[in-house]
Design a protein around this ligand. Structure first.
Ligand code: GAL
Length: 651
């Protein structure tokens, strides 16, 4: 009797053990659903397509990836163990640093600590019984993703039931959160604006609501006039000083007014500049016709009615010595040394006039080196001539890159070698009889935030091209926010352009297609850039704007956080691995607060008033929904989706 009962039990146990012995290799799964910061996941070789090797040890099998990467695995209760060896690939050839993590149902199950090139492989052995969703992640250890070549070597699951599957990012519906603007006028835009005495003045009062509309202003300084039908202010102010205006607009549905202070002096861009830049949409395909179309759409889409103003051309408007498109090949300069636009730009002056006639401003691009990043003519040794030319053409902003200037700076041992080319251009631009903003694009070298304003720039990129790090916008934002001490009126840290809606693939300069960000991530992009007081330049395809993208770009209450006259970049309060609070003081005494979740799972985030320096029982307003949520004592908590930001104003 006893034996008869015992035997089948042993047999069953043995059978399940034999079953449990099935090994499923990570490299045998469908890796196409993995996300990573650079390249594509490799089977049984490193991201450089070399044999996998960690700390001198070779591995036959495994997955070669690149930070930041995630394999989201559905285990369906079938996996018992996960085994692997992890580390930086021996061919990384640079200062990599990575952290490997395994996150089980939203909880960190294991992490490697920081791993560097040459470190011996670390063994991973995880108990997965009862785990439903497992994330295998590679993070950048906080110093950016460069050289972060990461290997999951001999990675395998011991499976007793359903096989593990790599699945994509959960699909989210693109929900429009913001109510549509009504037909009555609503004046938006900054409440403070800087200009220089004697220079042409141009400002289109950003106003939502049905046209026709009648604009007026009280307190308009001498020298300026307002077109009552278009709301465009032009002219020139001779006298330095502060001028307090009230802007007004009315139509058959109602009226709106807004205070506006013009400070005529030395400082431009008293709030972050806003506009559109062609780069991430059109690369080396840009033409005069596309720039004019961009200006048309900036007005017709309503973007100009919430404050977008600059229509900016990036690289590739000049000639190159070699290019696949013969229309962009030609003499770099004429016999007098003047830079020559390529055949797609027959008349720069007419193009800026077209943009100006809409009340908008025009931006241009050059490099301090002999060539731009895309190999077109740069300004080296023609700086004065080019600055004068840009002003004569009628440009209002210059993006100044770095690119081939590296060759010149290499032999320059002087302590101010980073500043030199920008100080030169900054001084030259000030000499022009135009207000021309200077945006530096040298990726943060030499702590540019410390001296950017002093050399005459109003903004400077703080990192490399965000087009290459789109799965990493929180990291880029947090690095940018580290320089918050240098954020103030006329002085802005620039983490690069807003890339939502339709954008091209930055790696190959591809045609615009839907961006890789989820709807939540697109809202987060805008929320973070507004909290950081970053210049707000959309760099997607304006001809493919849809309702969702416009909704994200054009919420005036969110933009008001960006344009706040205090010019503060939000302070960051890290709560845990995944969640953080960003808090920004506003001029009206309120605070903009972002409850942020960088993690892969939805979670509750709590903003405690004590941490934020808030007393009493303040009112909380949801800025995306433009909705009051009530008064809250002690704290405000919200459920924040994966990679989400809940943006509120607390007063
Ligand atoms: C890069 C710059 C980009 C774009 C590009 C043009 O250096 O960061 O924003 O301007 O050059 O070639």
């Amino acid at each position: 009797m006893r034996t008869r009962l015992f035997l089948p039990t042993v047999w069953l146990a043995l059978a399940s053990l034999t079953h449990a012995a099935e090994t499923v290799w990570l490299d045998a799964l469908d890796l196409s659903q993995m996300t990573q910061g650079w390249g594509t996941p490799q089977t049984n070789r490193s991201i450089r397509e070399q044999p996998l090797a960690i700390g001198g040890r070779k591995f036959e099998r495994g997955v070669g990836t690149h930070a930041i990467s995630t394999a989201r695995m559905e285990l369906d209760g079938g996996s018992e163990r996960f085994l692997a060896f992890v580390g930086v690939d021996d061919n990384a050839n640079g200062p990599a640093s990575i952290v490997f993590k395994a996150i089980a149902d939203g909880r960190i199950l294991w992490q490697s600590g920081v791993m560097k090139p040459g470190d011996p492989a670390k063994a991973v052995d995880l108990d997965l019984r009862s785990v439903k969703t497992l994330l295998l992640q590679v993070g950048d250890a906080g110093d950016g993703v460069s050289y972060d070549h990461a290997n999951w070597a001999e990675a395998r699951f011991i499976v007793s039931g359903a096989k593990p599957r790599i699945v994509g990012v959960p699909v989210e519906p693109a929900i429009i959160l913001t109510p549509k603007p009504g037909p009555a006028p609503l004046i938006n835009g900054p409440t403070i604006y800087g200009c220089r005495p004697g220079n042409p003045f141009l400002y289109r009062i950003p106003t939502q609501g049905q046209r026709p509309m009648i604009f007026s202003a009280s307190g308009l300084p001498r020298g300026l006039k307002l077109d009552s039908a278009t709301g465009i202010i032009t002219g020139s102010i001779a006298e330095r000083g502060e001028y307090r205006l009230t802007l007004r607009a009315k139509n058959q549905h109602g009226r709106s007014s807004r205070p506006f202070k013009i400070v005529c002096g030395d400082t431009l861009s008293l709030t972050p500049s806003m506009g559109w830049n062609h780069w991430y949409a059109h690369y080396d395909r840009i033409t005069d016709a596309m720039m004019r179309e961009a200006a048309d759409i900036m007005v017709s889409s309503g973007m100009a009615d919430v404050g977008y103003q600059y229509v900016s051309i990036d690289d590739c408007w000049m000639n190159a010595a070699r290019h696949q498109d013969p229309m962009r090949v030609g003499p770099l300069r004429d016999e007098r040394g003047n830079i020559v636009p390529n055949k797609y730009f027959p008349d720069m002056k007419a193009m800026t006039a077209y943009i100006h006639a809409k009340g908008l401003k025009a931006g241009i691009y050059t490099s301090p080196g002999p060539r731009t990043c895309a190999g077109f003519a740069g300004s080296y040794q023609h700086e004065a001539q080019d600055a004068k030319q840009f002003a004569e053409w009628g440009f209002d902003l210059l993006k100044h890159d770095w690119c081939s200037y590296g060759q010149i700076a290499r032999d320059d041992k002087s302590p101010d070698m980073f500043q030199k080319p920008y100080r030169l251009m900054g001084d030259l631009l000030k000499q022009q009889q135009r207000d021309i903003l200077l945006n530096l694009c040298q990726y943060g070298m030499g702590n540019v935030w410390e001296w950017g304003a002093e050399v005459g720039a109003q903004s400077w990129r703080t990192s490399g091209d965000l087009g290459f790090e789109l799965n990493n916008i929180f990291n880029v934002a947090l690095k940018n926010a580290e320089h918050r001490a240098w954020s103030r009126p006329g002085s802005w840290n620039d983490p690069d352009y807003i890339q939502i809606g339709h954008i091209g693939n930055a790696r190959v300069g591809g045609l615009p297609a839907p961006c890789p960000l989820t709807p939540t991530e697109q809202y987060s992009f805008m929320s973070l850039w507004c909290l950081m007081a970053a210049p707000l330049f959309y760099s997607g395809d304006l001809t493919q704007l849809d309702e969702f993208t416009l909704n994200v770009l054009c919420n005036p209450e969110v933009i008001e956080v960006n344009q706040d006259p205090l010019g503060q970049c939000a302070r960051v309060i890290e709560l845990d691995e995944a969640t953080l609070i960003m808090v920004k003081d506003l001029a009206d005494g309120a605070k903009a607060v972002g409850l942020c979740n960088r993690g892969e799972m939805e979670t509750t985030v709590t903003a405690r008033w004590a941490d934020l320096g808030i007393k009493g029982k303040p009112r909380v307003r949801d800025l995306w929904r433009q909705k009051d949520l009530g008064r809250f004592a002690g704290e405000y908590r919200a459920i924040v989706p994966r990679h989400g930001v809940v943006l509120v104003k607390v007063k």
